[in-house]
Design a protein around this ligand. Structure first.
Ligand code: PLP
Length: 292
């Protein structure tokens, strides 16, 4: 199947299935690199500044030199969005360590690769988004900061991949990863929120959640809507006894959850989720609307 989309690489935008990088790139050999997923709506990247800041932080954390200043990377992102045949889609901004000799040492890799892909992405179809998704808790754990700090958005997603396979084999849509202490961390590519007694709760980043940009927006929207919200360590029990649950992420956007480990949730989408979904949509339309 040919992948639909376009890709900026080495100063040129080409069809996605014609973009190539050397097989000696340490991004491929060792998952050595960082990335961002960014949505664009109405022909404009959504929360681009926040994504670029996180990209720069991830790169600094792994001692990876960005191949261009952030302002130039932003220009490239805008050029890719302008070249994309449609007003909305998903961008994958990747910086790999670049080609080098075999061997894990990154220091001989002198030319990091910048790749910007624009393509369609829907984590779930609309019918499933309306109906809500089914989760399972995975046996695969999220690594803690003593393994690979979850704040680094790196190219190492193998434990997320394994957790997603567990979900697939269980006939569910998505997996929840716990940290080493058994606290809820997050989904495989999304953050987790639950509501109990009209309070919105989400695991703290210190429990293994990525500092999700959608998560952060959701906390802002909750404050604007006067919905009490806080970060709190949570156990599977809290998920099983929640009133509502939802997933957030750039790829996911907002996805209501209807069942966890075979236990149906009483409301899907629940009243808080419904209000937050409407506010999220409105924020996209305001922030992403072309100026003037
Ligand atoms: C592991 C993980 N958690 C959470 C998220 C959601 O983060 P954001 O809202 O910034 O896209 C992602 C997004 O890619 C992710 O990969």
């Amino acid at each position: 199947m040919t992948a639909r989309g376009i890709c900026w690489l080495d100063g040129e935008i080409r069809p996605l299935d014609q973009a190539r990088i050397p097989v000696t790139d340490h991004g491929l050999l060792y998952g050595d690199g960082v990335f961002e997923g960014i949505r664009f709506y109405h022909g404009r990247p959504f929360l681009l500044a926040e994504h670029l800041t996180r990209l720069a932080d991830s790169a600094r954390a792994i001692a990876l030199r960005l191949p261009r200043p952030l302002a130039e990377i932003a220009d490239i992102v805008h050029a890719v969005v302008a070249a994309y045949p449609g007003p909305a889609g998903y961008l994958r901004l990747i910086v790999t360590r670049g080609p080098g000799p075999l061997g894990i040492d990154p220091t001989p890799c002198q030319t990091p690769n910048l790749i910007v892909i624009a393509a369609p992405l829907a984590l779930v179809d609309e019918a499933r988004r309306r109906r809500g998704v089914r989760l399972v808790t995975a046996t695969t754990r999220r690594l803690g900061p003593d393994g690979l700090d979850p704040r680094i958005k790196s190219l190492n997603y193998l434990n997320a991949v394994l957790a997603r396979l567990e979900a697939h084999h269980a006939g569910a849509d998505e997996a929840v990863l716990l940290n080493a202490r058994g606290h809820l961390a997050e989904g495989t590519a999304d953050n987790l929120f639950l509501a109990r007694d009209s309070v919105l709760l989400t695991p703290p980043v210190t429990d293994g959640a990525l500092a999700g940009i959608t998560r952060s927006l959701l906390l802002t929207l909750a404050a604007e809507l006067d919905i009490p919200a806080r970060e709190q360590s949570l156990a599977p029990y809290d998920l099983y006894t929640a009133d509502e649950c939802l997933l957030t992420g750039t790829g996911a956007e907002l996805i209501p959850v209807r069942e966890v480990d075979g236990r149906p949730l009483p409301h899907c989408p629940g009243p808080l989720t419904t209000r937050l979904m409407a506010a999220f949509r409105a924020r996209i339309d305001t922030l992403a609307q072309p100026a003037g």
